[in-house]
Design a protein around this ligand. Structure first.
Ligand SMILES: C[S@@+](CC[C@H](N)C(=O)[O-])C[C@H]1O[C@@H](n2cnc3c(N)ncnc32)[C@H](O)[C@@H]1O
Length: 243
């Protein structure tokens, strides 16, 4: 698979995501604990080959995509002499309603606070990535990151999927959905509305969001609780009536 990185046909997915690389570099410099990274949607492995460069033998890389693709990438990564981390291929079938969300759901059922960083770069639809985001918000550790790619992507703008080139798109999505930048919509719905997450940087069509470390969210909650006036107890109320 990774031989396709240099292939002209795959030029739109042949560059690693720079925000992922920079954020991971920062994490590996500061963390003393084993690191777990997830990538949703692997393409031809352009970002994968960079991710594993940063990871040591105690670290883990979980990669989610169609099952044939994850198998191929696993084989390629194992052949890289610098790839030392544990590899977790998380494949799904190509049946209509299957997606990486199933595997994410299985993880969600068993665990939380698993990932230090997840790079979400799969279908870019509200249908798939809305649910993925909801699941990932628990699966990412406090202090960890979700990086969203292709914020401005839409079916209307996609050279291969817009309805003029691919009429089936009109049967799959409404006009409004075709025109909407669905990753931006996911951010509006799930990230901007959630105090536990903060935007770190938005550039190169990617958005880096960080789950606030536990202490800061707990402090914020406590401060809010302190500022709220405590309701009078029943006894206090009785006393004040008497006076
Ligand atoms: C833009 S590419 C990912 C590029 C890659 N993240 C990188 O930076 O090199 C999107 C990937 O998501 C996968 N994908 C899209 N929809 C999917 C689905 N429903 N289930 C599994 N994989 C899916 C595609 O097959 C493709 O590999």
């Amino acid at each position: 698979m990774i031989e396709k990185i240099k292939d002209e046909e795959y030029k739109f997915i042949s560059e690693p995501n720079i925000e992922v690389v920079e954020t991971l570099e920062k994490i590996t410099k500061s963390s003393k604990e084993p690191i777990a990274v997830g990538e949703i949607g692997i393409g031809v492995g352009a970002t994968a080959v960079e991710i594993v460069r940063f990871l040591g033998n105690k670290d883990s890389y979980y990669f989610f995509s169609y099952e044939d693709d994850v198998k191929e990438l696993e084989k390629d990564l194992k052949n890289l002499d610098y790839c030392k981390c544990k590899l977790y291929p998380m494949g799904n079938t190509k049946t209509i309603y299957d997606s990486y969300n199933w595997k994410l759901g299985l993880l969600y059922r068993d665990t939380e606070d698993l990932f230090d960083l997840v790079y979400l770069d799969g279908a870019h639809t509200f249908l798939h990535d809305g649910l993925a985001t909801a699941l990932l918000k628990k699966l990412v550790k406090p202090g960890g990151y979700i990086i969203f790619d292709d914020l401005n992507w839409s079916y209307k703008k996609a050279p291969d999927l817009n309805p003029e080139i691919r009429p089936e798109t009109l049967k799959e999505f409404s006009e409004e959905q075709i025109e909407t930048e669905q990753v931006n919509m996911i951010i509006d719905v799930f990230m901007k509305t959630d105090n536990e997450w903060e935007l770190i940087v938005k550039k190169n069509n990617s958005g880096v969001y960080r789950k606030k470390p536990k202490s800061s969210t707990e402090n914020e909650k406590n401060n809010k609780d302190m500022s709220r006036k405590k309701p009078k107890s029943f006894l206090e109320k009785l006393k004040s009536i008497k006076n």
